[in-house]
Design a protein around this ligand. Sequence first.
Ligand SMILES: [Zn+2]
Length: 163
Amino acid sequence: MSQPDLPCNADWVFTQFMPEVMVDLTEDGEEPWCSSCLAFTDYRRKWQSLQRADLDGGTYTENTEDPHCAVCGSRMFRLSDCRKLLWFVRLLVFLLMCLASLVCFYLFPPTQVSFLCWMLCLLVAWGGVRIPINARRALSTYRSCQANRRALNARNQIEKDLK
Ligand SMILES: [Zn+2]
Protein backbone atom coordinates (compact mmCIF):
# COMPACT_ATOMS: atom_id res chain seq x y z
CA MET A 1 0.00 0.00 0.00
CA SER A 2 1.38 3.38 -0.97
CA GLN A 3 2.07 6.21 1.45
CA PRO A 4 -0.94 8.58 1.53
CA ASP A 5 -0.31 12.07 0.24
CA LEU A 6 -0.45 14.23 3.37
CA PRO A 7 -1.38 17.65 1.89
CA CYS A 8 -4.20 16.07 -0.15
CA ASN A 9 -5.55 14.30 2.92
CA ALA A 10 -5.36 17.46 4.99
CA ASP A 11 -7.29 19.34 2.29
CA TRP A 12 -9.90 16.58 2.10
CA VAL A 13 -10.38 16.52 5.89
CA PHE A 14 -10.61 20.30 5.98
CA THR A 15 -13.23 20.53 3.24
CA GLN A 16 -15.25 17.61 4.66
CA PHE A 17 -15.46 18.74 8.25
CA MET A 18 -15.06 22.48 8.12
CA PRO A 19 -16.59 23.71 4.85
CA GLU A 20 -17.98 26.87 6.45
CA VAL A 21 -14.59 28.12 7.62
CA MET A 22 -12.93 27.86 4.21
CA VAL A 23 -11.13 31.15 3.72
CA ASP A 24 -9.54 32.61 0.67
CA LEU A 25 -5.96 33.38 1.57
CA THR A 26 -5.28 35.64 -1.40
CA GLU A 27 -4.95 39.32 -0.58
CA ASP A 28 -8.07 40.66 -2.26
CA GLY A 29 -9.95 37.42 -2.76
CA GLU A 30 -9.20 37.17 -6.46
CA GLU A 31 -6.60 35.03 -8.16
CA PRO A 32 -4.62 36.43 -11.09
CA TRP A 33 -5.54 35.20 -14.58
CA CYS A 34 -3.02 33.74 -17.04
CA SER A 35 -3.88 34.80 -20.60
CA SER A 36 -1.56 32.15 -22.08
CA CYS A 37 -2.78 29.12 -20.11
CA LEU A 38 -6.39 30.46 -20.08
CA ALA A 39 -6.79 29.59 -16.41
CA PHE A 40 -6.33 30.79 -12.83
CA THR A 41 -3.08 28.86 -12.51
CA ASP A 42 -0.65 28.79 -9.58
CA TYR A 43 1.66 31.75 -9.56
CA ARG A 44 4.91 33.10 -8.20
CA ARG A 45 5.47 36.64 -7.09
CA LYS A 46 8.34 38.50 -8.69
CA TRP A 47 9.68 41.73 -7.31
CA GLN A 48 10.47 44.53 -9.71
CA SER A 49 12.19 47.83 -8.95
CA LEU A 50 11.07 50.93 -10.82
CA GLN A 51 12.69 54.37 -10.76
CA ARG A 52 10.08 57.07 -10.16
CA ALA A 53 10.40 60.84 -10.05
CA ASP A 54 9.28 62.66 -6.91
CA LEU A 55 7.95 66.20 -6.54
CA ASP A 56 11.33 67.59 -5.41
CA GLY A 57 12.91 66.73 -8.76
CA GLY A 58 14.73 63.67 -7.46
CA THR A 59 14.04 60.00 -8.01
CA TYR A 60 13.10 57.15 -5.74
CA THR A 61 12.84 53.41 -6.18
CA GLU A 62 9.44 51.77 -6.02
CA ASN A 63 9.16 48.03 -5.59
CA THR A 64 6.22 46.33 -7.27
CA GLU A 65 5.13 42.76 -6.84
CA ASP A 66 3.86 41.06 -10.00
CA PRO A 67 2.36 37.59 -10.20
CA HIS A 68 3.89 35.30 -12.83
CA CYS A 69 2.40 32.00 -13.99
CA ALA A 70 4.08 28.93 -12.47
CA VAL A 71 3.25 26.90 -15.61
CA CYS A 72 4.30 29.14 -18.51
CA GLY A 73 6.11 31.96 -16.69
CA SER A 74 4.16 34.81 -18.29
CA ARG A 75 2.90 37.85 -16.41
CA MET A 76 -0.56 37.43 -14.87
CA PHE A 77 -3.19 40.06 -14.16
CA ARG A 78 -6.07 40.38 -11.69
CA LEU A 79 -9.29 40.80 -13.66
CA SER A 80 -10.69 43.43 -11.27
CA ASP A 81 -7.56 45.56 -11.78
CA CYS A 82 -7.89 45.16 -15.57
CA ARG A 83 -11.55 46.25 -15.44
CA LYS A 84 -10.68 49.28 -13.29
CA LEU A 85 -7.86 50.28 -15.65
CA LEU A 86 -10.08 49.99 -18.74
CA TRP A 87 -12.87 52.02 -17.12
CA PHE A 88 -10.38 54.70 -16.13
CA VAL A 89 -8.93 54.87 -19.66
CA ARG A 90 -12.41 55.01 -21.23
CA LEU A 91 -13.48 57.78 -18.87
CA LEU A 92 -10.33 59.73 -19.67
CA VAL A 93 -10.89 59.30 -23.42
CA PHE A 94 -14.56 60.31 -23.08
CA LEU A 95 -13.57 63.49 -21.23
CA LEU A 96 -10.91 64.21 -23.85
CA MET A 97 -13.45 63.86 -26.64
CA CYS A 98 -15.94 66.11 -24.80
CA LEU A 99 -13.22 68.73 -24.42
CA ALA A 100 -12.15 68.35 -28.06
CA SER A 101 -15.76 68.71 -29.24
CA LEU A 102 -16.23 71.86 -27.16
CA VAL A 103 -13.01 73.42 -28.45
CA CYS A 104 -13.47 72.44 -32.10
CA PHE A 105 -17.19 73.20 -32.54
CA TYR A 106 -18.21 75.60 -29.76
CA LEU A 107 -15.16 77.72 -28.91
CA PHE A 108 -14.18 78.11 -32.56
CA PRO A 109 -16.59 78.29 -35.50
CA PRO A 110 -17.00 74.86 -37.10
CA THR A 111 -14.80 74.87 -40.20
CA GLN A 112 -12.97 72.20 -42.15
CA VAL A 113 -9.82 72.80 -40.06
CA SER A 114 -11.66 72.40 -36.74
CA PHE A 115 -13.33 69.26 -38.07
CA LEU A 116 -9.88 67.94 -39.07
CA CYS A 117 -8.57 68.70 -35.56
CA TRP A 118 -11.58 66.91 -34.07
CA MET A 119 -10.90 63.89 -36.30
CA LEU A 120 -7.27 63.94 -35.11
CA CYS A 121 -8.47 63.91 -31.47
CA LEU A 122 -10.78 61.01 -32.33
CA LEU A 123 -7.80 59.11 -33.75
CA VAL A 124 -5.77 59.81 -30.59
CA ALA A 125 -8.72 58.68 -28.44
CA TRP A 126 -9.07 55.46 -30.45
CA GLY A 127 -5.35 54.80 -29.96
CA GLY A 128 -5.59 55.65 -26.25
CA VAL A 129 -8.35 53.09 -25.66
CA ARG A 130 -6.17 50.41 -27.26
CA ILE A 131 -3.04 51.15 -25.16
CA PRO A 132 -3.73 48.81 -22.16
CA ILE A 133 -3.06 45.73 -24.31
CA ASN A 134 -2.41 43.30 -21.45
CA ALA A 135 -5.55 44.25 -19.55
CA ARG A 136 -7.69 43.95 -22.70
CA ARG A 137 -6.11 40.61 -23.58
CA ALA A 138 -6.67 39.20 -20.08
CA LEU A 139 -10.35 40.21 -20.09
CA SER A 140 -11.02 39.02 -23.64
CA THR A 141 -9.37 35.61 -23.07
CA TYR A 142 -11.30 35.25 -19.78
CA ARG A 143 -14.62 36.12 -21.50
CA SER A 144 -14.02 33.74 -24.42
CA CYS A 145 -13.04 31.01 -21.95
CA GLN A 146 -16.26 31.56 -19.99
CA ALA A 147 -18.31 31.49 -23.20
CA ASN A 148 -16.67 28.22 -24.26
CA ARG A 149 -17.35 26.72 -20.85
CA ARG A 150 -21.02 27.78 -20.99
CA ALA A 151 -21.38 26.30 -24.48
CA LEU A 152 -19.80 23.04 -23.33
CA ASN A 153 -22.07 22.89 -20.27
CA ALA A 154 -25.13 23.55 -22.44
CA ARG A 155 -24.08 20.79 -24.87
CA ASN A 156 -23.52 18.35 -22.00
CA GLN A 157 -26.93 19.25 -20.56
CA ILE A 158 -28.64 18.69 -23.94
CA GLU A 159 -26.87 15.36 -24.36
CA LYS A 160 -27.94 14.35 -20.86
CA ASP A 161 -31.55 15.39 -21.56
CA LEU A 162 -31.64 13.41 -24.82
CA LYS A 163 -30.60 10.17 -23.10
ZN1 LIG B 1 0.44 30.42 -17.82
